[in-house]
Design a binder for this molecule. Structure first.
Ligand code: IMP
Ligand code: MG
Length: 202
């Protein structure tokens, strides 16, 4: 019998991806980070700022592990470069909807790679008169750092590989993986979509 329906090919079990950090390990680490943040920010009503799009997934799990009053906001930033490299030119695409004077800010990021995006963003937020500005990052690709960035709360240090999953993308693909994996062959991961060589939302 002839069939025209497309074959279901598992994205989560792709042969192009090696699991680096399992879903269980991510969730366990987030519970610990959440408890630490609840302790450190008790009575301070912190404002968590998530950097779109990659950090949304981490932010949404993290905030449910922080058992104190808090608020959230989002920013979108574009960094110019190739699909896997940042050039350091940073532009704010979506700014905060609230003033942050005298607030305790916790920036939530998926990964610190060269540090160029975060060093720009942290300086920008500090200049707006926040009481404190701290950084929570899920991943630290420390070997690639070009600009010093203080990571106050960290999920995991990782080696210098291009990783995807749990919010991290390659040309917008793989954000939906529930784990973090190493993308073995980027050339075969493109799905026929054009990868912009000029601009990327982090
Ligand atoms: P940085 O400015 O070089 O520190 O990197 C900023 C952004 O680059 C991150 O927020 C990510 O969106 C992206 N990025 C860096 N390394 C990776 C990776 O291994 N996988 C997916 N995205 C990455
Ligand atoms: Mg990205």
């Amino acid at each position: 019998m002839a069939t025209t329906s497309p074959q279901l090919e598992s994205e989560f079990n792709s042969s192009n991806i090696d699991v680096l950090i399992s879903e269980t390990d991510i969730q366990e680490r987030i519970k610990a980070l959440g408890a630490q943040l609840a302790h450190d920010y008790a009575g301070r009503n912190p404002l968590l700022i998530g950097v779109l799009k990659g950090a949304c997934f981490f932010l949404s799990d993290l905030l449910r592990a922080i058992d104190i009053p808090l608020a959230i906001e989002f920013m979108a930033i574009s960094s110019y470069g190739s699909a896997t490299r940042t050039s350091g030119e940073v532009r704010i695409l979506k700014d905060l909807d609230v003033a942050i004077e005298n607030r305790h800010i916790i920036v939530v990021e998926d990964i610190v790679d060269t540090g160029l995006t975060l060093s720009y963003l942290l300086a920008n937020l500090k200049s707006r008169g926040a009481a404190t500005v701290k950084l929570v990052a899920l991943l630290d690709k420390y070997e690639r750092r070009e600009r010093e960035v203080q990571i106050d709360y960290l999920g995991f240090q990782i080696p210098d590989h291009f990783v995807v999953g749990y919010g991290l993308d390659f040309a917008e693909r793989y954000r939906n993986l529930p784990f973090i994996g190493i993308l073995k062959n980027p050339e075969t991961a493109q799905l026929g979509l054009p990868i912009s060589s000029q601009s990327e939302t982090v």
